[in-house]
Design a binder for this molecule. Structure first.
Ligand SMILES: Cc1cc2nc3c(=O)[nH]c(=O)nc-3n(C[C@H](O)[C@H](O)[C@H](O)COP(=O)(O)OP(=O)(O)OC[C@H]3O[C@@H](n4cnc5c(N)ncnc54)[C@H](O)[C@@H]3O)c2cc1C
Length: 450
C-alpha cells in the first residue's frame, strides 16, 4: 500500500507577531505550506494597549482596515510641544489609526489560519541551521530541527536568526543609540480639566512633547474618559525611565485614577535597516530594524515589508531560486518604499540626540523646526532639504551661530545619507554591495566620533 507523502514545508517563519502573521497570510494564500513558530502562548502575543498604526499600511499590505472595537477615535489634530512646554505647533494631519493591538493580533491569526498557515505557539527557536552559505532550517529550544525551502526571521527585537548569521551587517552589534525605551498606560479620568503646563488638554487632540529626555512623551484621550499617557526615552541618554515619566504625570493630577486600566512597555530598535536577505533567508519587521527611527512606530513598516517579502518569496519559490540574487528584489523595493527615508531620519535623530533640550525648544520657538519637518518626522518621510532652506534657517537663528552650524550639518549629513541609499545596488553583487555598505557605515561612524 502506498503511503501519501507528507508535503514538505515551503517557508518557516520565526515569530508570530505582526510581520509573521501578514507574511503567513499572503504566503498561504499563494498555496505555499507555511509554518510559524511563536515562543509565546496565543493569548499573550500582542500589546495589551492601543498603538498608532499608519492607515496606508493596511491598504498596502492587503489587510482590511480596523473597525468596531479594534479602532479607537480617529485623530486629525496633533499638537507638538517643545521640550520646555513653551511653544506649540499644530498639525491638522495624522495618517494613523489608533488600534487595539490584542484585537488586531487575533484578527491577523484568524486571517492567516483561514488561508492555511500553521502556527506552533510556545515554541522557542534558538538559532538558524546552515549548510554552506545557505540557511536551511531552525533549531528549537528542545534541540529538534525543522527544515524548509526558505527561512524568515520575524522575531522582532530579538532578531534571533539575524543576529546569529555572521555575514555582512546581519549580526551587527546594536548599541544604546539604536534603542528607545518606551512605556504607555491607559488611565481613567474623572471630571475636571487637565493641563500640560499652560496648555489645556483637549479631548480631540493628540499631544506630543518632542525632544524631551532625548525622546518624546505623549497624551491622547482614547475616549471621553480614558487617557493614554506615554513616553519614550533615548536608551543610555537619559537617567529617567519612561515608566517614571508616566507615573509622575499620573501622580501630579488629582483627576487621574492611580490604577492603570492597561499598558506596559519595552525597548524598541529605532535604527536604519540592516541587510535583509541572505541565501535562503529573509528578515522582516523589527528583526530587520524597520521601525520609524523618529517615532518608534514599527507596525506599519512591518506590514509593508511583509507584503513586499511575500511577493518576492512567491516569485522566487516559483522559479525554484531562493539565492540572495533572487531575494535581493525585496531589499531593493523596501529601501525605495521606506528604508531610505528611515536612514535619513535616523541620521537626523542621532545628530539631534546631541542637542540639549534648550536648543530644541529654541528651534521650535523660532520655527526653524517647521510644521513640515514635524509632519515628516511623524509620517517617516524625508524630503531632501535644499540650499535655500538652509540659508533661510540660518537667517532665522542668526543670533545663535553655533547652533545654526549644528543644524546645517545635520541637514547636510541627512541629505548625504538619503543620496547614498538611492545608490544602493539594484542587483546583488558582493563587491559592489560591500563597498556601498562600508560607505554607509562610514557616514554614520563619523557622527559618533564627534
Ligand atoms: C511601549 C511600546 C509602544 C509602541 N507603540 C507603537 C505604536 O504606537 N505604533 C507602532 O507602529 N509601533 C509601536 N511599537 C513598536 C511595535 O510594537 C513593533 O515595532 C512591532 O510590533 C514590530 O512588529 P514585528 O512583527 O517585527 O515584531 P513583533 O510584533 O514584536 O513580533 C515578534 C514576535 O516574535 C516572537 N519571538 C521572539 N523571539 C522568538 C523566538 N526565539 N522564537 C519564537 N518566537 C519568537 C515574539 O514573541 C513576538 O510575538 C511600540 C513598542 C513598544 C514597546
Amino acid at each position: 500500500m502506498s503511503k501519501k507523502k507528507k508535503k514538505s514545508i515551503d517557508v518557516i517563519i520565526v515569530g508570530g507577531g505582526i510581520a509573521g502573521c501578514v507574511l503567513a497570510f499572503h504566503l498561504s494564500n499563494a498555496n505555499l505550506k507555511v509554518k510559524v513558530f511563536e515562543r509565546r502562548s496565543r493569548k499573550n502575543v500582542g500589546h495589551d494597549w492601543c498603538d498608532s498604526i499608519e492607515k496606508e499600511a493596511f491598504s498596502y499590505a492587503g489587510i482590511p482596515p480596523p473597525k468596531g472595537k479594534e479602532r479607537k477615535k480617529d485623530r486629525n489634530h496633533l499638537a507638538i510641544l517643545s521640550p520646555n512646554l513653551e511653544s506649540i505647533v499644530h498639525l491638522k494631519y495624522y495618517n494613523y489609526w489608533i488600534v487595539d493591538r490584542k484585537l488586531f493580533q487575533e484578527r491577523l491569526y484568524e486571517l492567516a489560519e483561514k488561508a492555511g498557515a500553521e502556527f506552533q505557539f510556545e515554541t522557542e527557536i534558538i538559532e538558524p541551521m546552515g549548510r554552506g552559505q545557505w540557511v536551511v532550517g531552525v533549531k528549537k529550544k528542545d534541540g529538534s530541527i525543522e527544515d524548509a525551502r526558505l527561512i524568515i526571521d520575524c522575531s522582532g527585537k530579538e532578531r534571533i536568526l539575524t543576529k546569529n548569521i555572521e555575514i555582512l551587517d546581519l549580526n551587527v552589534n546594536l548599541d544604546k543609540e539604536d534603542y528607545i525605551k518606551a512605556h504607555r498606560e491607559l488611565h481613567k479620568i474623572s471630571d475636571g480639566n487637565l493641563d500640560w503646563q499652560n496648555h489645556e488638554i483637549s479631548k480631540k487632540v493628540l499631544y506630543y512633547r518632542y525632544g524631551y529626555e532625548k525622546g518624546f512623551s505623549w497624551l491622547n484621550f482614547e475616549d471621553d474618559n480614558h487617557l493614554d499617557i506615554g513616553a519614550g526615552v533615548g536608551k543610555g541618554f537619559s537617567d529617567r525611565s519612561p515608566k517614571a515619566i508616566v507615573n509622575d504625570f499620573v501622580n501630579s493630577r488629582n483627576n487621574i485614577d492611580n490604577d492603570k486600566v492597561r499598558g506596559g512597555g519595552g525597548e524598541i530598535i529605532i535604527r536604519r535597516p540592516t541587510t535583509m536577505v541572505w541565501y535562503g533567508f529573509l528578515a522582516v519587521g523589527e528583526a530587520a530594524c524597520q521601525v520609524i527611527p523618529t517615532t518608534g512606530c514599527g507596525v506599519g513598516s512591518a506590514m509593508i515589508a511583509a507584503k513586499i517579502a511575500a511577493e518576492v518569496t512567491v516569485e522566487s519559490l516559483l522559479k525554484k531560486e531562493v539565492s540572495i540574487d533572487s531575494l535581493w528584489e525585496y531589499q531593493v523595493r523596501y529601501i525605495k518604499e521606506r528604508g531610505r527615508n528611515h536612514a535619513a531620519l535616523d541620521m537626523m535623530r542621532r545628530l539631534f540626540l546631541r542637542f540639549d533640550e534648550e536648543e530644541i525648544s529654541y528651534l521650535v520657538k523660532k520655527e526653524i523646526l517647521t510644521k513640515q519637518d514635524f509632519e515628516n518626522i511623524i509620517h517617516a518621510k524625508y524630503t531632501r532639504i535644499g540650499l535655500l532652506r538652509i540659508l533661510l534657517t540660518a537667517f532665522k537663528g542668526i543670533s545663535r551661530i553655533k547652533l545654526m552650524l549644528k543644524v546645517g550639518k545635520a541637514i547636510m549629513k541627512s541629505n548625504r545619507i538619503f543620496a547614498h541609499y538611492k545608490k544602493m545596488p539594484k542587483k546583488y553583487n558582493s563587491k559592489r554591495y560591500h563597498e556601498w555598505l562600508l560607505g554607509q557605515l562610514h557616514l554614520f561612524e563619523k557622527i559618533e566620533e564627534k
